[in-house]
Design a protein around this ligand. Structure first.
Ligand SMILES: *Cc1c(COP(=O)(O)O)cnc(C)c1O
Length: 397
């Protein structure tokens, strides 16, 4: 008994020591992910204030969209007020409606599941892979083969009788999921693929930007993401029809006219304000530098944790370049006891660390959601923690 307690606090202590080798010497709180405003942020936001263009129309929104499209290589980009609303529109555009099911990972931020619910649809939870932390294509394929049949309207969950309308893959902490394999599943079962790329701006899969594999993808620019607009998001797609409808629906479905207010369907006020886009343009100029700093920090962590017993640093999957949005440790003890201990010790020492999200199936809103067994997600949730990852933490060593 006392031996096992010793061993646990031993691990917390060892993690502290190894983190100390990488982090600045300070008694202040070291945040999990703090934004960095060192470029044109002040100038561009001031320009919005000086000219009065702060709201839903203005040059920065168009510019931000063009620059995001160019950066990712996507044909079209539609900025939204946040990533959650982007997901809502993406699902709507792909035909998800009330009573449908949408496959999403059990291990994700709640926004993915919430967006499905906004449409009256039901999240159907699937397991993830230990190699990528994203949806496991092999387990999913086996599960769908067994659990579904096709009727004239598409794929049907044999247990619930409901249609499964789409598959959402999420790039956890910036690490790309297995996109080739996900595309194969999406084709085999004729399920449109949506990428929740909220965490993966700048992350590449086989040299191509995440968010360019599904029919449509969503980015987020919340304050804790790799670049921020305060709040904000964007849709990426190569499909001109989807892009046109996305722009229309997110701008109150107003038919362009010099003075009339004619709206041809129920629309949404989901457009990113110009003042937020101004911040985004300045942040985007810094993105490559941020990613370089974040990858350097990750390399230092990787070295520091090399050979440690009881915990390992999660390394980007094969064939991928990750933005390392949130650096992650995985503990050997999957019981959750060591995780609690480590989180307590590190947070007490002003090193902000967080577990992964509580799994979707454990939240009251989704506890009755259909799901496949998710043993890997369960293990990861009780053994994984995110450690400070701000680009500004990197110091040349
Ligand atoms: C951040 C995030 C979102 C979107 O969040 P917003 O705060 O609405 O921009 C969606 N999915 C995941 C996985 C996220 O991490």
């Amino acid at each position: 008994m006392s031996l096992s307690i010793d061993r646990k606090s031993g691990i917390a202590e060892q993690i502290c020591q190894r983190l100390d080798r990488c982090l600045p010497k300070t008694t202040d709180l070291i945040q999990l992910h703090a934004p960095l405003f060192e470029g044109n942020e002040w100038a561009y936001v001031k320009d919005c204030l000086d000219t009065g263009w702060v709201s839903s129309v203005g040059k920065y929104v168009d510019r931000f969209e063009q620059q995001l499209a160019a950066y990712t290589g996507s044909q079209f980009c539609i900025a939204t007020a946040n990533g959650t609303l982007g997901l809502h529109v993406a699902l709507l555009l792909l035909g998800v409606g009330a009573g449908d099911e949408v496959l999403i990972p059990d291990l994700t931020f709640v926004a993915t599941a919430n967006a499905v619910s906004y449409l009256g649809a039901i999240p159907h939870l699937v397991d993830v892979s230990e190699q990528t932390l994203g949806v496991d294509p092999v387990a999913l394929r086996d599960y769908l083969s067994e659990r579904t049949v096709r009727d004239s309207d598409g794929l049907v969950n044999r247990l619930t009788g409901r249609h499964i309308k789409a598959l959402v893959v999420m790039h956890t902490f910036g690490h790309p999921a297995q996109l080739d394999e996900m595309l194969a599943v999406s084709e085999e079962f004729k399920l449109p693929l949506i990428e929740d790329a909220a965490e993966s701006i700048g992350s590449l899969y086989k040299g191509k930007h995440t968010g360019r594999f599904g029919q449509i993808a969503v980015l987020s620019f919340n304050g804790n993401k790799t670049i921020t607009t305060g709040g904000g998001g964007a849709l990426l797609t190569d499909n001109s029809e989807l892009a046109k409808r996305a722009k229309h629906l997110t701008t109150t479905a107003k038919v362009p006219h010099k003075w009339r207010f004619y709206h041809d369907c129920v629309g949404f006020n989901y457009r990113l304000p110009n003042i937020n886009a101004a911040l985004g343009c300045a942040q985007l100029e810094q993105l490559d530098r941020f990613i370089a700093m974040k990858r350097e920090l990750a390399a230092q962590y990787r070295n520091a944790f090399d050979g440690m017993d009881g915990a390992r640093f999660f390394i980007e999957p094969k064939d991928c370049r990750s933005n390392y949005w949130l650096n992650t440790l995985i503990l050997e003890d999957k019981s959750g006891a060591t995780l609690d201990e480590v989180l307590t010790v590190l947070n007490e020492r002003q090193i902000q660390t967080r577990p992964a999200w509580d799994l979707m199936h454990t939240l009251p809103a989704f506890e009755h959601a259909p799901k496949m067994p998710t043993p890997v997600a369960e293990q990861l949730a009780s053994s994984m923690l995110c450690i400070p990852s701000s680009p500004g933490l990197w110091q040349e060593k």
